[in-house]
Design a protein around this ligand. Sequence first.
Ligand SMILES: [Zn+2]
Length: 63
Amino acid sequence: MKQFDDFSAQTLYCPNCKQANPVRKHLLLVLPNGNIYDYRCAKCGKSLGTQIDTNSGPNPDFH
Ligand SMILES: [Zn+2]
């Protein structure tokens, strides 16, 4: 889906690089009510956080 490309294009602050970098989204766990994704720095690969995407709607609750 196209919208997931846009999702992975967002940036997060990376303490390792000491700057905001684009993040890559990796599927971490599959749950009955959604998937847990690991967001990693696109430059150094450090994990910057996880996000649960529920399957309940077209727009994941991501801020
Ligand atoms: Zn980094």
